[in-house]
Ligand binder design. Structure first.
Ligand SMILES: *Cc1c(COP(=O)(O)O)cnc(C)c1O
Length: 397
């Protein structure tokens, strides 16, 4: 019997009921423009500021350090471009980041590189984690920004951001962290991390798509990407999407409020799933087993093609991913899998299952039952697998 299992929560999540309700209520009832002087506008304005204060408090920030954006990508862009602009004014044009960042970071850095910035991408170990020592060596007088993600979207590895924050403070270098995968899934506190910027996105924790936050520590430079009205203290023009902001706030309150229980539940499901999939021969878990997001399961299986695996799993009712949603459909294997040392052929045989509190134990059992069958089915048809079995090729995993 086919069971529908949504296991692609790193790509996006189902909106929480509370968030849908908050969205609809706000859209229906609080439709004034927060910039209008009349009561309808002022009512919207005060709700907007209430949301800002709630989100600030959940992150350990001040309300004026919270800037609403269209999502994680915009927040990443704005943080990096702002720090780079100040850097350039001061003659500091080197940026240090990592090889496993999201494209919202990597492509922004590529753009800056074309404008003359020096970009250093730190490697990661086979565990998918950057070494603080490598960062220390890369930091010099010319560095204006360090950008290291909190948790990776493909392999779920958690980076040593607190140590990095400490180092950046010592060296007086701005530090941005892309926390899009982390917020709502693990504890995130800007004071503890010691970051100057942090990006988050509502749709990764049960909020709506198209809304996010840039946290910018007081005093860190913030330049507007979008010119127009004076919304967001002149840092982001455009009428605020109050229904989405309210829904994001409610989703974040709920996610953060239930963190201890959900992390415990989801971690147990994750570990059961990992143990089940590890029984598949010539496969391997990607990224550190412990320093990883509660909901991330990422594997490489030798002798198969990730794309075919996804299609067959979809026929079984399973929504999964290989690499990131943005790289799926392109022929290049994931930059993250290459960064942890997977060779091209192996990186192509990747599977990412990302679960959250909506997934049940029955669904995990279903995944453990179906994934090995589909892998075997594909291997039975694969000339590469035949070569491996006949000894004409060497197994890597
Ligand atoms: C999803 C994601 C983004 C992009 O966020 P959007 O809100 O979809 O723009 C950025 N970074 C990471 C790590 C992500 O997982």
């Amino acid at each position: 019997m086919i069971m529908n299992v949504y296991a692609d929560n790193a790509a996006t999540t189902k909106m929480r009921d509370s968030a849908v309700k908050a969205y609809a209520e706000t859209a229906q009832m609080i439709y004034g423009n927060p910039s209008s002087l009349h009561s309808a506008g002022q009512e919207a304005k005060s709700l907007l500021e209430e949301c800002r204060a709630s989100i600030a408090s959940l992150l350990g920030a001040q309300p004026k350090e919270i800037l609403f954006t269209s999502g994680g990508s915009e927040a990443d862009n704005q943080a990096i471009l702002s720090a780079a602009r100040l850097g350039k004014l001061r003659g500091k044009t080197k940026i240090v980041s990592t090889a496993i960042e999201h494209h919202a970071v990597l492509h922004t850095l590529k753009k800056l590189q074309k404008e003359g910035f020096e970009v250093v991408l730190l490697p990661v170990g086979t565990d998918g984690i950057v070494k603080v020592k490598d960062l220390e060596e890369a930091l010099d007088e010319n560095v204006c920004l360090v950008s290291v993600m909190l948790a990776n979207n493909e392999i779920g590895t958690i980076q040593p951001v607190e140590e990095i924050g400490k180092l950046c403070r010592e060296k007086k270098v701005l530090f941005h962290t892309d926390a899009v995968q982390a917020v709502g899934h693990m504890e995130v506190n800007v004071g503890k991390i010691g970051c100057d910027y942090l990006a988050l996105s509502a749709h990764k924790f049960g909020g709506p798509k198209g809304i996010g936050v840039l946290y910018a520590r007081q005093g860190s430079p913030v330049y507007s990407l979008i010119e127009g009205g004076a919304q967001e203290r002149g840092k982001r023009a455009g009428t605020e999407d109050l229904p989405a902001i309210r829904a994001m706030t409610v989703a974040m309150q709920e996610a953060v409020g239930s963190l201890p229980e959900t992390m415990k539940k989801v971690t147990a499901l994750r570990d059961k799933l990992i143990a089940g999939l590890e029984k598949i021969p010539h496969g391997a878990l990607n990224g550190d087993r412990v320093k990883r997001l509660a909901g991330n399961v990422s594997f490489c299986f030798e002798g198969i093609e990730g794309e075919s695996l996804l299609l067959l799993l979809d026929d079984k009712g399973i929504s999964a991913s290989s690499g990131s949603a943005c790289t799926s459909g392109s022929l290049d294997p994931s930059h993250v899998l290459l960064a942890i040392g997977r060779v091209h052929d192996v990186a192509h045989g990747s599977l990412r299952l990302t679960i959250n509190e909506n997934n049940t134990e029955e669904e995990i059992d279903y995944l453990i039952g179906e994934v090995p069958k589909v892998v075997q089915y594909l291997r039975d048809m694969s000339p590469v697998w035949r070569d491996l079995q006949e000894g004409k090729r060497q197994y890597i995993l």
